[in-house]
Design a protein around this ligand. Sequence first.
Ligand SMILES: NC(=O)c1ccc[n+]([C@@H]2O[C@H](COP(=O)([O-])OP(=O)(O)OC[C@H]3O[C@@H](n4cnc5c(N)ncnc54)[C@H](OP(=O)(O)O)[C@@H]3O)[C@@H](O)[C@H]2O)c1
Length: 285
Amino acid sequence: MTDTAQSPLLIDGKATSQKIMAALATRVEALKSAHGITPCLATILVGDDPASATYVKMKGKACERVGMRSERYALPNDTTTDQLAALIDELNGRDDLHGILLQHPVPKQIDERHCFDAIALAKDVDGVTTWGYGRMAMGEPAFESCTPKGIMRLLDEYNVPIEGAHAVVIGRSAILGKPMAALLLNRNATVTIAHSKTRDLPALVRQADIVVAAVGKPRFVKGDWLKPGAWVMDAGYTQGNIGDVDFDAALPIVAGITPVPGGVGPMTIAMLLESTVVAAEKMVG
Ligand SMILES: NC(=O)c1ccc[n+]([C@@H]2O[C@H](COP(=O)([O-])OP(=O)(O)OC[C@H]3O[C@@H](n4cnc5c(N)ncnc54)[C@H](OP(=O)(O)O)[C@@H]3O)[C@@H](O)[C@H]2O)c1
């Protein structure tokens, strides 16, 4: 691992996502002109959580920016599992919709796993189904969970050596930590997954060439936990825009780090759009 501690790189997810979106706009235009197809993402929001509503709105606006369509479905707080699954079933059957995003979290009375798994594999552009996860973990083609996919893309964009590196992923959620670990493992990293029951986390993180922070606790990872020259990918996003890593303390130590905001976040949306475009392209062969 190169020790570039003297000149840490700011891993710019905003600029990288803009490049990806520009390329996507070209692919969308090609689908329209060659096949008369406009890629379309259906978003489903259940309840009135303001943060979730903002995320869904951002995703819809991003679709517009690359020339895609999006359809928003807003369901009331008291929606049942059966009602939500019925909507997903209806959307699965529509040829003019290419991706379905069910915004997490859903109200407590809903069986979220059942509803995620109701999404057709071909439209699981957010990588949330059990079947899609299994294929991804096996290294088979599948739509990958968007945040880990975006982190992998950033690592590649910045030529971060992955093979043989020790990656410590802090967090094991189904949408982030677990698929992140699987993607890194598929690229021959040596992966440790840490969680709330992990003992002596600082000592573990000090061994890491790559640290992925996916905890959801502001400035949780301290500067003195980091090995000089480590690459730090901060997926955390709490209290508006505070990451999981103490950025100012980490910066002088690391080889590169994602800022919050402007790091992992914009990549997540770009990956969602990219997967939806791929889903539309697959429809036309
Ligand atoms: N940038 C984006 O696009 C994007 C997308 C998704 C999520 N996020 C952000 O990423 C963060 C994590 O999201 P999530 O959905 O994965 O959260 P989550 O479901 O709450 O999972 C958090 C994970 O952190 C672990 N954890 C909690 N306290 C810990 C501790 N003291 N030491 C070590 N591990 C600990 C938990 O361990 P246990 O499993 O043992 O409870 C859990 O696995 C949040 O800030 C979220 O907003 C960002």
